[in-house]
Design a protein around this ligand. Sequence first.
Ligand code: ZN
Length: 113
Amino acid sequence: MKIIGAILIALLNLIIIGLFATFSPVAAIIAMFYIVPAIIANKKGRSFNGWWFYSVFLFFIALPHSILIKKDIESIENELLSEGMKKCPYCAELVKGEAIICKHCGKELIPSC
Ligand SMILES: [Zn+2]
């Protein structure tokens, strides 16, 4: 699903840049800036696609908004957990799935937890 969404966004991006390009090449370059708030928000654990749409319609609000929002630690953690990281039961920091000792607190981790 993530890949389909990314392809759709890339196509929409091309269409919008293409529309702007019919006016002038400068407008096409400006249209590429719509991706900036989406990248910033995505690094803070927010939906890239959602923020891209937000940015297309309300760029001058979305840009400062994306800079001002706090990191969504829960969603960043969930993504890392789905990528094979695990949470140390002692200090609650994320460590690699294969780790047997926590790099944050030094406690021994029980395998398969
Ligand atoms: Zn720990």
